[in-house]
Structure formats: C-alpha cells, structure tokens
Design a protein around this ligand. Structure first.
Ligand code: GDP
Ligand code: MG
Length: 355
C-alpha cells in the first residue's frame, strides 16, 4: 500500500469510527427511583415513559437517542432474578457506563450488584455513577439537608465498601444536581470518541455545557475535513476541488444535532429572540439539505480552487484538489459551529433572564 493510500485508509477509519460509534448506557436500580426521569432530564427529551411500574418487567427496554443506546434493565434481587441469575441473563458487563439510581434505603441485593459494578469498572474501564434522586423530597424536621445527605452517603459507602465513592444528589423535578454528574461522566475514562457523542446528546443547560459542545464540534470538524477530502475520489466537475458531498452534509447535520437544532420547526420558534437570532437561524437552515450543501460547494469552490491555492496552480492535480476540499470543509464547518454556538448563547441568555 502506498503512503497516500495508507493515509486515506486511516482517515476513512477515523471517520467511520466517528460515524458509527455508539455509547451503551445501562440504567440500574429500584423501580420508581427515577431512572426514566433522569435519562430524560439528561438528554432533554421524553425518551422513556415516566411512572410506569417496572416491578414486573422481565425484559430489558432499549431506546436509542442520537448515538446513545440506553437500556433500562429489569430489577434484580427479586425471587425471579437473584443478582447472579440476573447477571447471567442480561450480560450487563457490556455497557460503557452505568447509572445506578435510588431513592430510599439500599438493599442487600444492591450491595451484591455493587460488587459486579466495581469489577467491571476495574477490569473493563466501564464506570458507574451512583445517583440519589428525588433530593427535593429529602427532608426532616430536626435535621439539616446536609446532615441527611451525609447519612445517605455513609450508607452507600458502606454498601460499596469504598470511602471514595461519590453520590450525586439530583432532582429531576427541580432539575438540580445534573451538572456535577455530567461533569464527572466527561472526566471518566470513557473513550474520547464516546465522550464526544455524550456531549452532543446531553442537553445543554449552562454556558459551560455549550462551551463543551462547541469544543467537541470544532475537534470533529477537523476529522470531517480530512475524511471529506480523502474520501473524494473525483474532483467536483468543473472545479479543481475534491470533496465528498456526503461527508460535508453529515458534518453539518451532526453539528446541528449536537446543539439540538435538528428540528426546523422548533428552530424557527427562536426567531422571536430578535433579528440576530433570525439571521443565525436562516444561515443554519440554509445548509440543512443536500441541495443547499451542493449549492454552497459550487459557490465557494471557485474561490477555493482559484484564489486560495493559486500559487500552487502549476501542480494542479488530485492532491491540490483534496487540499482545497479540506480547507473548504474546515472553514465552513468552523463557521457553522460558531453560528450554532452563538444561537445557543442567545437562547440560554433568554432562559436565564426568564427564570
Ligand atoms: N419528587 C420527585 N419525583 C420524581 C423525581 N424523579 C422522578 N420522580 C417521579 O417518580 C416516579 C417514578 O419515576 P420514573 O422515572 O418512572 O422511575 P423509574 O421507574 O426508575 O424509571 C414518577 O412519578 C416521577 O414523576 C424527582 O426528582 N423528584
Ligand atoms: Mg422507568
């Protein structure tokens, strides 16, 4: 294989990994604790039905959201499913990360499960997160919230047998406590490409969240630019530019998705935020179709093929055409990320003002 082919292969591989990777999340814990509510709050969408009694569930329920595959595993520690039987039946060791959600007292079966969670974390690098949900209901006339939380923490530490274990106190009702959980998920040792998918799928609640989305999208733009240039076997007809329209289109689509702008109707609702928002929305929607993207490539193509690289013109050939393609995707991708980012800022500012 020539060096060029080898490089093409690598770029294609990186791009395919980015396109196809999935993050498998397992929801664990007692029925009614708020597993469905928690995942819905994290992604900002009603993916799982809330308030459905799962006590009798004997099957795993799987839902997809963007690149996430979320599985609500049936309860363990029942007569039908002692933990050991449950582990054999559902292959829970295969998930990328576990969200263990609870509200009341922990049971012996939870302690039993924690043994497995620790094992999978240590041996397979699949982290778990212990979430005490319904913090809004933690109340006692004689004790402060902090004191009550410490008691809960102590119980968890005892059941897990690790003093360093963290407990995340959330309320899906008040939408509190989600930020520290998200931050620690991103700090865990999940593969970078999977973290990038999580960043995209989780709903942005704060400026820090959209900063993270921006950073992640800008990183991805470089990968798209390489792939879009390397994948393009034939230069665009009539232009000395070589670019894969499909990759170009996918890049813009994924950026929109990461910022939660994939639904045109919903996006248009933000036009009420003013002329700047309206202008950004128009720009974002302009390239939401393949035709729009082709139009853009044709417009920009002339500039890229003739001006930017004019000093290399004596060597016009496929490499130059690909170089122009790379530069074009990179520039368009970057400015698209910035447009989505600016619009997200406007939306968040408005939300903060109103709350
Ligand atoms: N007060 C309060 N209720 C919650 C919270 N999270 C979920 N719930 C309620 O608890 C019930 C069970 O929630 P669900 O998400 O279906 O729990 P799951 O069975 O673990 O999936 C529903 O009635 C939810 O509305 C919370 O943070 N605070
Ligand atoms: Mg549920």
């Amino acid at each position: 294989m020539s060096k060029e082919q080898d490089l093409r292969e690598q770029l294609r591989h990186k791009w395919e990994e980015m396109e196809n990777v999935q993050v498998k999340i397992a929801l664990l814990g007692q029925p009614g604790a708020g597993k469905s509510s928690l995942i819905n709050a994290l992604i900002g969408k009603k993916l799982f039905e809330v308030g459905v009694h799962t006590d009798t569930t004997v099957e795993a329920q799987e839902e997809n959201f963007e690149s996430l595959v979320i599985t609500d595993l049936p309860g363990y520690g029942t007569a039908k499913f002692p933990v050991e039987t449950w582990v054999k039946a559902f292959k829970p060791e295969d998930y990328d990360l576990y969200l263990f959600v609870f509200e009341g007292k922990l049971h012996d079966s939870d302690a039993e499960l924690f043994k497995y969670l620790k094992k999978w974390r240590d041996e397979r690098k699949h982290p778990f997160f212990v979430v005490r949900n319904k913090t809004d209901q933690i109340w006692d006339e004689d004790k402060k919230l902090e004191e009550l939380q410490n008691e809960i923490r102590k119980d968890v530490i005892e059941k897990i047998g690790e003093p360093s274990v963290k407990v995340y106190f959330t309320s899906c009702k008040d939408k509190t406590g989600l930020a520290p959980l998200k931050a620690d998920i991103f700090k865990s040792n999940i593969a970078e490409v999977k973290k990038s998918k999580l960043t995209a799928a989780f709903k942005a609640e704060t400026m820090a969240d959209i900063d993270m989305k921006r950073e992640m999208c800008l990183d991805d733009v470089t990968t798209y630019a390489w792939a879009g240039a390397a994948n393009a076997l034939n230069p665009v007809p009539g232009l000395d530019i070589s670019v894969d329209v499909g990759v170009f289109y996918k890049m813009l689509k994924n950026i929109r998705e990461a910022f939660g702008f994939s639904n045109e109707e919903e996006l248009k609702k933000y036009e009420v935020l003013g002329p700047v928002a309206k202008q950004l929305i128009n720009k974002i929607l302009e390239y939401a179709t393949k035709e729009g993207v082709i139009q853009l490539i044709k417009q920009l193509g002339v500039r890229y093929a003739r001006q930017k690289f004019s000093k290399y013109i004596p060597f016009v050939g496929q490499a130059l055409a690909a170089l122009a393609g790379f530069a074009m995707i990179k520039e368009v991708g970057t400015s698209y990320v910035e447009d989505c980012y600016k619009l997200s800022q406007l939306i968040l500012e408005k939300v903060v003002k109103n709350s």
